[in-house]
Design a protein around this ligand. Structure first.
Ligand SMILES: [Fe+2]
Length: 420
C-alpha cells in the first residue's frame, strides 16, 4: 500500500492499494502538450497521453483516498488536460504540471512502469496463459499435498504458496487436485472461502453428491453421467466448481475430466463449419424440476472479444427443445452429433478415482466432468460440492501477487533479498 501523504521527499501515492517496486529507475523525461515520454535506465522508452496521466493521478482531486475510487470527472476540467511542464523530482518520481488546472501532480515510477500501455502488446492477456490438454497425456489432475493446510493461517507464506500454485493450475489447465484434506462434512466451505465467497444456487451453498431417494438431479443417483458442465441453464453459469470427496468405497464411479477447450479446438480443426455453427446457434438449456424452472438459450461454444475460447455449454441431459431459425435446425444437429461423437473419443478424457480427502477445483465453464456408473449397494460414495465465480480466483491470485510485490518493496527498502 503506497497511499501515504504526498510529501516531496518520498515517492507519491498510487491510485490503488497495490505495491509497485521501483526495480528500474527513470533517467529522463520529455514532453509535448498531449504526451509525456519517459526514458528508463534499462533503455526502455514509454509514452503516456496527457489525458491518461491526468485521470490516473493519485491525489485527492482525482481519487477518494479512503476508497481509492475515482472522483475526478474529466468533463469538468474545462478543456483537454495538457502538459505544461514535466520533470523528474529528487525521489525519482515524475512530476507533471497540467493546464488548464495549473495543478502539479506526481506519479510513482513503479506504478508507471507496471502500467506502460505503450509497450504492452496484449492488454487483455489472461493472468495465467491457458494450456489446452488432452487426457491421454495425463493420468491424474495436477495434484498438491494439502495436509495441514487448513490448520495454518491463510496469511502464512507456505499456505499462500500452496494456494497460489492451486489457483495458477486452475487458470492454466482448468483443474487442480488438493490431497490429504480433512473429511469432515462442511470442510469444503472453509476451503472455498480461502478463495472467495460461494455462489449459492437452488441446490444450496454446499450440495451433497450421493445417491438419494427422490433425486432432483441425475447427479444424485448411481447412474453414469456423460461429460457436462453444471448449470448451463443459467444466464451466467458458475465459473468454478469444487468437489470434495468425503467417502468413496463403491465399485465403479470413476471420475472423468475433459478439457472442453481441447474438444472445441479439435472440432474447429476437423470441421470448421460445425464449429462456427455451435458458436452461433442458440440451444435451449432447461432444468425444469418440481420446484424450479430454469431455462436459458445460448450457443454451445463461446469466444471472447479477442477470439479466444471463453466458455462451453455442454450438458446433453439439460438441453430443452431447440427453438432455432428453421434453416439452422439440421446444421445445428449435424454439428451437435459431430461434437457428441468426439466426446466419446477416449484420448480427450482423464480418468481417476476420488480418495477421501481429495478435492478438485475446476473451471466449470471450460472443463467437462463425468462419472462412471457405480454399484449403489457396494459401499458409500459421498462428495460435497460448491460453486464460485472465476472472478474470485482471479482476485485471490492478484492479492497473492500483491503480497509478493509488498515483500519486494520491503526488500528494496531494507536491501534484503526477498523470499518469494
Ligand atoms: Fe455435474
Amino acid at each position: 500500500m503506497q497511499h501515504a501523504p504526498d510529501s516531496p521527499d518520498q515517492l507519491p501515492p498510487t491510485p490503488d492499494y497495490d505495491a509497485w517496486p521501483v526495480e528500474t529507475r527513470l533517467s529522463t523525461v520529455e514532453h509535448q502538450p498531449h504526451l509525456v515520454t519517459l526514458h528508463w535506465q534499462d533503455g526502455r522508452t514509454s509514452h503516456y497521453h496527457s489525458i491518461w496521466l491526468r485521470e490516473n493521478a493519485a491525489d485527492d482531486s482525482t481519487v477518494n483516498p479512503a476508497t481509492r475510487e475515482r472522483t475526478l470527472d474529466l468533463s469538468r476540467l474545462g478543456a483537454w488536460p495538457t502538459v505544461e511542464a514535466a520533470r523528474l523530482d529528487d525521489t525519482g518520481a515524475l512530476s507533471v504540471t497540467f493546464a488548464p488546472e495549473q495543478r502539479t501532480l506526481r506519479f510513482h515510477p513503479g506504478w508507471l512502469r507496471a502500467h506502460d500501455y505503450s509497450n504492452t502488446e496484449h492488454i487483455d492477456a489472461p493472468l495465467v496463459p491457458v494450456t489446452v490438454w488432452t487426457g491421454d497425456r495425463h493420468d491424474a489432475p495436477h495434484s498438491l499435498d494439502a495436509a495441514g493446510w487448513l490448520e495454518r493461517e491463510p496469511e502464512a507464506p507456505d499456505a499462500q504458496a500452496l494456494l497460489e500454485s492451486a489457483l495458477t493450475a486452475v487458470l492454466s489447465h482448468g483443474l487442480v487436485r488438493l490431497r490429504n484434506l480433512p473429511t469432515e462434512p462442511g470442510t469444503l466451505a472453509r476451503i472455498a472461502e480461502r478463495i472467495g465467497p460461494l455462489r449459492s444456487t437452488n441446490f444450496g451453498s454446499l450440495f451433497d453428491v450421493r445417491a438419494k431417494p427422490d433425486p432432483d438431479s441425475n447427479a444424485y443417483t448411481s447412474i453414469a453421467l456423460p461429460p457436462h458442465v453444471d448449470l448451463p441453464t443459467r444466464e451466467y453459469q458458475p465459473g468454478l466448481q469444487l468437489l470434495h470427496c468425503l467417502e468413496n468405497s463403491v465399485a465403479g464411479g470413476q471420475a472423468v475430466m475433459m478439457d472442453g477447450f481441447a474438444v472445441a479446438e479439435a472440432l474447429r480443426e476437423r470441421d470448421p463449419y460445425a464449429f462456427e455453427t455451435l458458436t452461433r446457434v442458440k440451444w435451449c438449456y432447461a432444468n425444469t424440476a418440481r420446484t424450479s424452472d430454469y431455462v436459458w438459450y445460448a450457443p454451445m461454444i463461446r469466444r471472447d472479444d479477442s477470439g479466444r475460447l471463453s466458455e462451453v455449454r455442454i450438458a446433453d441431459f439439460l438441453r430443452g427443445p431447440l427453438m432455432a431459425p428453421f434453416d439452422d435446425v439440421e446444421p445445428a444437429y449435424a454439428a451437435l452429433t459431430t461434437l457428441q461423437r468426439m466426446l466419446h473419443e477416449p484420448h480427450f478424457a482423464m480418468r481417476f478415482t476420488y480418495h477421501p480427502g481429495d478435492l478438485v477445483i475446476f473451471d466449470n465453464r471450460r472443463l467437462l466432468h463425468a462419472r462412471d456408473a457405480f454399484a449403489g449397494d457396494s459401499g458409500q460414495r459421498w462428495l460435497q460440492g460448491c460453486y464460485l465465480e472465476r472472478d474470485e480466483i482471479r482476485s485471490r491470485l492478484r492479492m497473492l501477487r500483491r503480497a509478493e510485490r509488498e515483500r519486494r518493496v520491503a526488500s528494496l527498502v531494507t536491501g534484503d533479498t526477498p523470499t518469494l
